[in-house]
Design a protein around this ligand. Structure first.
Ligand code: GLC
Length: 734
């Protein structure tokens, strides 16, 4: 008996010792009770140099569907890899590879999976250039939250979005990916996107890390060409390109992507001023910078690094923490450390930044993605509703002669053009895992909207491009039978986006020819445009009785269009980018600086005015603006200034109206734009109702300006607050 008791006691002590040993050996970095910074310090202390460099390296995983960056599928993924660009749609592959990282690597550091979720993951909503025309950042935030939910449930922790590059040249294909020509617009929608993706905490359910891109000045690409030189003065850098990034960082954006472009001779990926002085020192960003695809290795092409090794040294010491895909860091950082050209402290700071985001995402506690069936992941009814609503509010009514729209008396419609049944073009570029099969075509949407009410005839008319006019005949035939022609023209899905610059912003000649021939039939023409850039409509506009700009509106964009055509929806979109009269006017944007002379106009051969200006958009109703009422016309620094304007719906149908508040500063020690958007507000106003719009002017923020060092200043003198065609003068005194 005594022996039994002793044995049991012995067993108990052994078991207890083993258990205690186990409890004691859970490393600090794996203990979620410990503050993140302590966990990082502990983990760094365990890591070898090679393990640290792997954390700064990003491969790709899966079949790369981004035709701009062709590469062979990576076969072997090391367990120590820091990040992967994830091309698969489901979480299975991610979980398998993540399991390898957790179980087969020495320290079990989870991998960070990134993806280009630009305007939806599977539920695709309008391209960002169109989203901005909604002037509804709350709705854009909801759309990004949908994208985050679908991406997270598919194994993605991090999106390379929002793109907030101010762009003023429609020849540049990437104008589609940002929020247009204005700094404030890009700032407000960039912040809305960060909020939608990241929520209140990165570790919250269905939230993913955001990435502000492409830092910085990429939109100033010479001639609209991609990957090229950008001449951006320090002054313009601070007053035009930096504001959206400053706002995004203040909103807590986890990461930033360095751009391809060469900024005044120093490529963005090795630009210590923007990456260190501004981003890290002034804004104290604690996340990390990832290079754009191969942007480190490309420094050799740009003529600033003689070798990939030199490129690695330059980019790393300039403040780019993670190397996307070209493996320059993997291949040379260890060597550069051993040569003393990079210090271990520098490596540790970079790795700390990457680990910080991984810890904040909760990847150490939840490295795997729960697998649910696709119907619970994608295209949820409420998600499709958000996509539909955003499409409705993004569509811009550019012309409506004699109130041609909405359609109500017409009985026979001729639906014509290459866009009418094309689904891909409605998705647009960077449509992630969006599928054409998810898209309702314009033809299908009209059949649903006008079922049994209107006879809908269809003809292809012509292709997007080419010389084939054979299909004109059928189009002309149905046009002769119809009461009205809906002419659906535009761009193919990949005619905008990356590496999609065009020398002209007019549609191909064949499309204009079709319009000309249809005009001869003598029936009214409603021009419906699907495109990813501002277009030169100078030849199409005179042929059209009405024009609807639908952009690339996503899976439910056609239903949104159908609702507008039938009058079920009152269009409320207003342009986020100027539509030039011709490509010869480019760059042309509303907030240009004042010219020394103006009265004789800028050109001898064409007008100086754009065809459709920034902020332009019609409604089916009329809105009457009251006088602008300032709370004071003389103010001092630190005082508040409240400005109101009342808007009445004097028309025949309810509608939403966006009021854009601009300021102008006629005289300043640094010349300022003719006017600057400082606030906007959208409200729904019923027929006969009046709503008050209020702009609480923060004198420093809204009247002040920055100089070429980024220093903000506010000068006494006269300022003007502009709304619509009105303005009021406000005097700032000491
Ligand atoms: C591309 C794009 C960038 C994208 C990245 C990853 O070249 O410039 O916007 O996020 O590579 O696909």
């Amino acid at each position: 008996m005594r022996l039994l008791v002793v044995s049991i006691l012995h067993l108990y002590i052994c078991a207890h010792t083993v258990l205690w040993a186990q409890i004691q050996t859970v490393p600090v970095y794996k203990d979620h009770e410990i503050p993140v910074e302590e966990r990082i310090t502990d983990l760094l202390s365990e890591m070898t140099l090679e393990e640290k460099v792997w954390q700064l390296t990003q491969y790709t995983l899966g079949i790369n569907n981004n035709e701009n960056n062709i590469e062979k599928t990576v076969q072997e993924v090391p367990a120590e890899i820091g990040s992967l660009i994830y091309f698969e749609m489901g979480p299975e592959l991610r979980n398998r590879v993540q399991h390898q990282a957790i179980e087969n690597s020495r320290l079990g550091i989870p991998i960070l999976f990134g993806c280009d979720v630009i305007h939806g993951f599977r539920t695709i909503y309008p391209i960002p250039l169109g989203q901005a025309c909604s002037w509804n950042p709350e709705l854009v935030e909801k759309a990004c939250a949908v994208a985050a939910q679908e991406a997270k449930m598919s194994g993605v922790d991090w999106t390379f979005s929002p793109m907030i590059d101010v762009a003023r040249d429609g020849r540049w294909g990437r104008v589609a990916e940002g929020y247009g020509e204005d700094p404030l617009t890009n700032a407000v929608f960039g912040v809305a996107s960060v909020r939608g993706y990241q929520g209140n905490s990165l570790s919250d359910k269905n939230k993913i890390a955001a990435c502000l891109k492409h830092y910085i000045g990429y939109g100033a690409s010479e001639g609209g060409r991609d990957y090229v030189y950008t001449e951006v003065s320090r002054q313009t850098m601070w007053d035009t390109y930096i504001p959206p990034y400053e706002a995004g960082i203040k909103a807590g954006a986890a990461t930033v992507m360095s751009a391809f472009n060469n900024i005044n001779g120093i490529p963005a990926t090795v630009n210590k001023y923007t990456l260190v002085e501004v981003l890290k020192k002034r804004w104290k960003h604690l996340g990390f910078v990832v290079s754009d695809w191969d942007a480190v290795g490309q420094l050799v092409n740009q003529g600033v690094a003689e070798s990939r090794k030199e490129a690695a040294r330059m980019a790393f010491t300039a403040g780019v923490e993670m190397n996307m895909r070209d493996n320059c860091y993997r291949d040379y950082l260890p060597e550069l450390v051993k040569e003393g050209k990079i210090s271990l402290n520098q490596i540790d700071d970079a790795v700390r930044r990457v680990l910080r985001i991984k810890f904040e995402l909760g990847l150490f506690e939840h490295p795997y993605t729960p697998t649910v069936t696709e119907d619970k992941r994608y295209l949820l009814p409420e998600s499709k509703l958000v996509a539909m609503k955003l499409a409705e509010e993004s569509i811009v009514l550019l012309k409506n002669k004699k109130n041609m729209l909405p359609l109500f008396k017409q009985k026979k419609i001729a639906l014509i053009g290459p866009v009418a049944k094309n689904k891909g073009c409605l998705l647009g570029s960077w449509s992630a895992h969006g599928k054409s099969s998810d898209v309702t075509s314009i033809y299908e949407a009209l059949m649903l909207e006008f079922e049994n009410k209107i006879q809908l005839m269809y003809a292809f008319g012509c292709d997007f491009e080419g010389e084939d006019v054979l299909s004109f005949t059928e189009a002309l035939n149905i046009a002769k039978q119809a009461d009205i022609i809906l002419l659906c023209l535009g761009e193919k899905q990949r005619w905008s986006g990356e590496n999609a610059s065009r020398s002209t912003i007019a549609l191909p000649r064949i499309q204009e020819q079709l319009a000309l021939e249809l005009k001869k039939v003598g029936k009214p023409i409603v021009l419906i445009l699907s495109n990813g850039r501002p277009l030169d409509l100078s030849r199409l506009e005179p042929l059209s009785d009405a024009i609807l700009e639908i952009w690339q509106p996503g899976i439910n964009g056609a239903q949104a269009l159908a609702g507008i055509l039938s009058g079920r929806i009152n269009p409320s979109g207003k342009l986020s980018i100027t539509f030039p009269y011709s490509v010869g006017q480019i760059p042309i944007y509303y907030n240009r600086r004042k010219a020394a002379r103006w009265d004789q106009g800028f050109y001898m051969d064409i007008t100086s005015e754009p065809l459709f200006p920034f902020g332009y958009g019609l409604s089916y109703t009329e809105f009457k603006y009251g006088a602008i009422i300032p709370s004071a016309t003389t103010v001092k620094r630190g005082e508040k200034l409240l400005i109101e304007v009342c808007v009445t719906n004097t028309g025949k149908c309810d509608g939403a109206e966006t009021v854009h508040w601009f300021i102008s500063d006629p005289y300043c020690s640094v010349t300022r734009p003719v006017k600057e958007l400082k606030y906007f507000e959208k409200q729904f106003i019923r027929v006969g109702e009046t709503k008050t719009y209020r702009f609480e002017v923060d004198l420093e923020r809204d009247l002040g300006f920055v100089d070429e060092t980024g220093k903000r200043f506010l000068e006494t003198g006269e300022y003007y607050i502009l709304v619509g065609d009105q303005q009021v003068k406000v005097e700032l005194v000491d």
